[in-house]
Design a protein around this ligand. Structure first.
Ligand code: NI
Length: 138
């Protein structure tokens, strides 16, 4: 089994605010991330797929094609957007990096070709904070 990772980038705004809590509790739990007028991040998205290299090309999958499908299904829907307000697949849930990584998996996985499997979504919110999601284990 070989693993191939493509890195993509997007900028987006969000806030972490639970509307069923008081402002005081939101401030206590989320700190600056609860700022009413939003804040932004430079997200780095690592998409790792796995499979066996093709005997004719030696490739697991064409990295450019993988980039295109990530852009079409994920990053074009997120880049320069407000995650809380503009992104249909994040509506109704907390816009944490954890939830965003799971949502990205769900957006992307149905559109990958049969010869590769999605292995991991790794999403950096800052250079020092990232989340990894490996899908639902069955
Ligand atoms: Ni934030």
């Amino acid at each position: 089994m070989v693993y191939l990772t493509r890195v993509e980038h997007f900028n987006a705004a969000h806030k972490l605010y639970n509307p069923s809590w008081s402002k005081e509790k939101n401030d206590e739990v989320f700190g600056m991330c609860a700022n009413e007028n939003w804040h932004g991040h430079n997200y780095e998205l690592y998409v790792t797929v796995k499979g066996e290299p093709d005997t004719d090309t030696g490739f697991l999958y064409d990295a450019k094609k993988l980039s295109n499908v990530i852009k079409e299904k994920v990053t074009e829907k997120l880049d320069h957007k407000n995650l809380n307000m503009d992104v249909d697949f994040m509506s109704g849930q907390m816009c944490s990096t954890e939830n965003l990584a799971v949502a990205i998996w769900q957006q992307l996985e149905p559109y990958l070709p049969k010869e590769i499997q999605l292995h991991c979504i790794k999403l950096y919110e800052t250079p020092r904070i990232f989340v990894e999601y490996f899908g639902v284990k069955v």
